[in-house]
Design a protein around this ligand. Structure first.
Ligand SMILES: [Zn+2]
Ligand SMILES: [Zn+2]
Length: 313
């Protein structure tokens, strides 16, 4: 299960009770805060996202609506006597902003911030553990701006034990799980791995921050289970989107359609729109499985379960 909780969905300024951008991505066993616009910590309280959950923070770019809440959040973590490290993945200039802010407020944080500057290329792995890796995508925005691909690592195979003799040695089962073919003592093929196993699916989530419409990263985002893409404008205002390096709902949906993703979440709505229904309708005309990223909502996708067929004996 992948869950994306929307904390802020407003572009540029707070408007119509909408807050600047922030989201929490919950993957099995870990959470990532993606962007931290002004008021993010208040939104976390409102929607019961515990600060203690957050170990990793990703900042897509240094426009204020994406990071101005970070100093407040880190300061509150400090006042709450946090001791666990924070991993911060962000454009390098954020380091200077934090250094100066904490220097002149005479704040020495109780915990360590491990700063990982984002590289200037697409396709760079910036994080990985035994379950997931995160890769950069370059957006097309007025300043350097990043998207991220969260890719679950390939899981061990499921062995179709019913197809094997009941007294099969456990070492054979382990080898099949690891993807190996099984040979007999003379080197003849006994069990071909692909005939006796199934590969469980791995999730892929993509976050596309502020950007003009571009297909430059289509291959990287292809077939994601869920994608977040900004949809600042309606297509009737496409000239504004182009001028400000943003996208329209129709463009976000077009990209989702071309990338053949499972589900599209749109957000980062301009203050010129009080109601958001038109964004949803515009996107769904092209990509029906689109959802509005409404603050407080958690959008999720569950991976299909693999059914192990029973074998008649
Ligand atoms: Zn923005
Ligand atoms: Zn921006």
């Amino acid at each position: 299960m992948i869950e994306l909780t929307i904390l802020g969905n407003s572009a540029a300024t707070p408007a119509h009770d909408r807050h600047p951008t922030s989201q929490v991505l919950a993957l099995p066993h870990k959470h990532f805060l993606i962007d931290c616009g002004e008021g993010t910590q208040i939104q976390m309280q409102r929607y019961k996202v515990k600060m203690g959950y957050i170990r990793n923070i990703l900042i897509t770019h240094l426009h204020g609506d994406h990071f101005l809440g970070l100093v407040g959040l880190l300061s509150s973590m400090h006042l709450q006597k946090r001791e666990e490290d924070i991993n911060l993945f962000a454009p390098i200039d954020l380091m200077e902003i934090l250094r100066i802010t904490f220097k002149y407020s005479h704040t020495v944080l109780n915990f360590k911030v491990n700063f990982f500057p984002l590289p200037p290329q697409s396709g760079e792995i910036i994080y990985q553990d035994d379950q997931v890796s995160i890769e950069t995508i370059l957006m097309n925005h007025r300043i350097d701006c990043y998207g991220f691909v969260f890719q679950e690592k390939t899981k061990k195979k499921k062995v179709l034990v019913d197809k094997l003799p009941p007294d099969t040695h456990w070492q054979i089962l382990v080898a099949l799980k690891d993807g190996q073919d099984i040979l007999d003592e003379s080197g003849n093929l006994l069990y071909r791995c692909e005939d006796y196993t199934l590969q469980p699916p791995s999730y892929k989530f993509v976050h596309c921050s502020d950007t003009r419409y571009t297909e430059s990263f289509l291959a990287q985002i292809a077939e994601a289970n869920m994608i977040y893409h900004e949809a600042t404008y309606l297509h009737e205002d496409v000239h504004k989107a182009e001028y400000t390096f943003h996208s329209t709902a129709r463009e976000a949906a077009t990209l989702a359609h071309k990338a053949q993703v499972g589900k599209l979440v749109i957000g980062h709505f301009s203050s010129r729109y009080r109601e958001l229904d038109a964004h949803l309708h515009e996107a769904r005309r092209i990509f029906p499985n689109t959802f509005l990223g409404i603050e407080g909502d958690t959008l999720s996708v569950e991976l299909p379960k693999i059914e192990i067929p029973k074998v008649e004996k």
